[in-house]
Design a protein around this ligand. Structure first.
Ligand SMILES: [Zn+2]
Length: 201
């Protein structure tokens, strides 16, 4: 991607106006399937699904499930986190975020570049939900690794509160995020509800 538009490429959809109820127990989450394990255990950069492919587009419209807490403790989850970051930062993608469905997993996980943190690291958030969306909005151009060649302005909340599971403690933790990084989180968590940014244009 060209440097000028790079900052606007992320994976994403409509955060339901109704905030996701949280406090859900991840222990009820379905175990990883053999197919999911195969996707995670493969080598190299992950295949990024696009709306150009019919089967891919159906998966991109799916609701995602949480990871069981046990799965978050496993080396396999660490491998997935590493591979999602390797994929979104690969020169062929060069995005600022990516979500589970974009790599073929109907699971609530996103990798987001934290422009609001020193060093602007990519971080991975399992079992993530947006718990609060500010009334104050910001509008800016977006694109999506799964929708090649399409860009458009989207209105997003200026400030959000996310919840996710900390893989070290397995506790649900919350974080308040502002500005452009909050836009990336909204785009990526939309993907987990089968929503694409073009739905919001
Ligand atoms: Zn996207």
């Amino acid at each position: 991607m060209k440097a000028g538009i790079r900052n606007f490429i992320f994976g994403g959809g409509l955060v339901a106006a109704v905030l996701a109820a949280c406090g859900c127990t991840a222990d009820n989450a379905p175990r990883l399937t053999g197919e999911e394990k195969d996707i995670i255990d493969a080598e190299g950069i992950m295949r990024v699904l696009t709306v150009d492919d019919r089967e891919d587009s159906l998966l991109l419209r799916s609701e995602c499930a949480d990871f069981p807490l046990k799965a978050l403790r496993s080396e396999r989850f660490g491998r997935l986190a590493d591979r999602m970051i390797a994929t979104v930062t690969d020169s062929t993608q060069d995005g600022v975020g990516i979500a589970g469905p974009q790599v073929g997993l109907k699971r609530r996980v996103v990798a987001v570049q934290r422009f609001d943190k020193a060093g602007e690291p990519f971080e991975v958030y399992p079992n993530i939900r947006v718990e609060y969306l500010s009334e104050e909005k910001q509008t800016g151009p977006e694109g999506c690794l799964s929708i090649p060649g399409i860009y458009g302005d989207v209105e997003r909340s200026q400030t959000i509160v996310i919840s996710y599971v900390d893989i070290r403690t397995l506790e649900t933790v919350r974080d308040t995020v502002n500005g452009f990084t909050a836009v990336i989180f909204q785009h990526e968590t939309d993907h987990l509800d089968g929503i694409l940014f073009t739905d919001r244009m």
